[in-house]
Design a binder for this molecule. Structure first.
Ligand SMILES: Cc1cc2nc3c(=O)[nH]c(=O)nc-3n(C[C@H](O)[C@H](O)[C@H](O)COP(=O)(O)OP(=O)(O)OC[C@H]3O[C@@H](n4cnc5c(N)ncnc54)[C@H](O)[C@@H]3O)c2cc1C
Length: 510
């Protein structure tokens, strides 16, 4: 998120699944609280009852998971025979969205940036096909068609460091020209999807970002503190955990130093992309929510997929191939033999808090980065500066990122959200010196125990999506990719293409 600010500096120097829903409840103040958590989903998988299925069906391809990756795979297979099962009440996964009265808001990923022409053609072509982006010959970037959702540069961002307002997260850090010069050497080398980055950079995946910067003699304590904030914000862990490849990619993947790179953020966040892809499907009934895949078994040349619905009904679907776009840590229950492919993955837990306020609240900028004593709190977005369909409400969306060892914190929040919400509101008031609590009408909390894979040492692999026994093709950001919309999107398209290719081979063999 702070890349753009970083760039401003450089331009001077260089230029749910099954949701555990709490009923809305009235706080003794004046707001109601609703908690959405995917914990009960995990529980259901672990205690999967060994009842026999009552429904049997057949299809060519099953897609597991309705996040960006699964939906992109469905979009790519739109004219084929497939079914998509999503365990949550709605599609989107970590790019989900919510509604309250006339307010609409993102409960996960909330923005995307314009694309340089060197980015992957699969990604660019599909976004063009969907009329989401178009080529701008002046800026030489693929920019967004729906201009009303582009955030104005003047209202984009501000940063609160220990209660003080500064323009940029890297402000007042001292001389960072060595850091900038080092990053400039990777200009035009860092792309999305990461699989198209040249293998010559793979060695950068084997060392932490902080060790790398230290070796290059450009890291000071102050700089590390700020970089750590930025790494947590996008990669879910600090610079002594994420790899140098992830760190360098953060600052160098777009031409921030010599162009204005459009930032696109509709009220529903990246769920916008899900809506576009779902809208392009000829058969919407191929996509089902509240349907959780509990087991995948390969028998001879077929794959058998068990699906549990909320009413306890169990269906066994016989398929030729499966695209598995769910989070990979649950494979240990669903398909244990495939789990070793991903057993080194570490995931960052996140909590997203949407504070639906009346229109009077206003923080002055869209993105508000906050560096405070409360390290898990990263800041918030003020929907005032977004094209907002609600005349009555503004939504303040706060982001919290936890270390994997703090996963239990989410359980505490789920069991007593009232106190935590109070603390969230007080923290924002304290750090920004702006009254908030009296404007809050309703609060939605989304808890994600395994929100994003951490791109630690040797995680990024610059490879195509993996498969198991040729019949199960994996998609999703947790296949050795960065936790980003475009990585998830590309993985789904790539997995679908792999399935189509396998299908062709199978036909030729028979
Ligand atoms: C708080 C937050 C903010 C973010 N902000 C941004 C941003 O602004 N821009 C950006 O580019 N990226 C952002 N990201 C990252 C981005 O959201 C993700 O990289 C992307 O959405 C991941 O998509 P995915 O399809 O790989 O996985 P997921 O979104 O995790 O989707 C997996 C889906 O599979 C379902 N599932 C899992 N197991 C099963 C099963 N057994 N049966 C049925 N369904 C199952 C899950 O319910 C889920 O819906 C953010 C991430 C978080 C957590």
């Amino acid at each position: 998120m702070d890349r753009r600010n970083f760039i401003r500096i450089s331009s001077v120097a260089l230029l749910p699944i099954a949701l555990g829903l709490f009923p809305d409840r009235k706080e003794d103040g004046s707001y109601t609280i609703k908690v959405n958590s995917n914990r009960s989903f995990g529980h259901l998988l672990r205690t999967n009852t060994h009842t026999e299925p009552t429904i049997h069906s057949k299809i060519d391809t099953v897609i597991v998971g309705g996040g960006i990756a699964g939906v992109a795979a469905a979009y790519q297979l739109r004219n084929e025979s497939f079914r998509l099962f999503e365990g949550g009440e709605t599609l989107g996964g970590s790019s989900g969205a919510g509604d309250w009265k006339s307010a609409r808001f993102a409960t996960g990923a909330h923005y995307e940036l314009a694309y340089p022409k060197e980015f992957g053609s699969l990604l660019i072509q599909s976004l063009q096909e969907l009329r989401i982006i178009q080529w701008n010959a002046t800026t030489e970037l693929y920019e967004f068609t729906d201009k009303k959702y582009v955030i104005s540069t003047e209202k984009m961002e501000q940063c609160f460091i220990a209660g003080e307002l500064v323009e940029d997260i890297l402000d007042e850090v001292g001389d960072i020209s060595g850091f900038e010069k080092l990053l400039a050497t990777y200009k035009n080398e860092m792309f999305l999807p990461t699989r198209i980055i040249d293998d010559k950079h793979l060695h950068l995946s084997a060392v932490t970002f902080s060790d790398f910067l230290q070796e290059q003699g450009v890291l000071t304590n102050e700089l590390k503190e700020r970089i750590d904030y930025q790494m947590m914000d996008d990669w879910g862990a600090k610079s002594d955990v994420v790899s140098a490849l992830a760190g360098i990619h953060y600052y160098s993947c777009r031409p921030y130093d010599d162009k204005v790179v459009e930032l696109f953020s509709p009220p529903q966040g990246n769920y916008y992309f899900i809506e576009k892809m779902i809208g392009a499907l000829p058969k919407i009934e191929a996509v089902e929510c509240n349907a959780m895949v509990s087991a995948i078994k390969i028998k001879e040349d077929k794959v058998f997929v068990d699906v549990i619905r909320r009413n306890g009904e169990k269906e066994r679907v016989e398929a030729n191939q499966v695209i598995y776009a769910g989070q990979k840590h649950t494979l240990k229950y669903i398909m244990p033999e495939a789990f070793p492919l991903f057993d080194q993955n570490e995931y960052a837990p996140w909590a997203v808090v949407n504070l639906i306020c009346d229109k009077k609240v206003n923080f002055g900028k869209w993105q508000n980065d906050v560096l405070s004593q409360e390290e898990t709190f990263l800041g918030f977005v003020d929907s005032n500066y977004q094209h907002n369909r609600s005349d009555a409400y503004n939504v303040i969306t706060a982001y919290y990122c936890f270390e994997p060892k703090q996963r239990e914190e989410l359980v505490n929040i789920e069991s007593s959200p009232d106190q935590w919400v109070k603390e969230v509101i007080e923290l924002i008031e304290q750090e920004t010196d702006t009254p908030l609590s009296r404007f809050v009408k309703h609060v939605e909390i989304k808890l994600m125990g395994h929100a994003m894979p951490i791109p630690g040492v040797n995680y990024l692999n610059l490879k195509s999506v993996p498969d198991y026994d040729q019949k199960i093709v994996f998609a999703g950001v947790d296949t050795g990719r960065l936790p980003l919309f475009s990585e998830a999107f590309d993985s789904g398209l790539e997995a679908a293409n792999k399935v189509l290719l396998n299908q062709e081979e199978m036909k030729n063999e028979s």
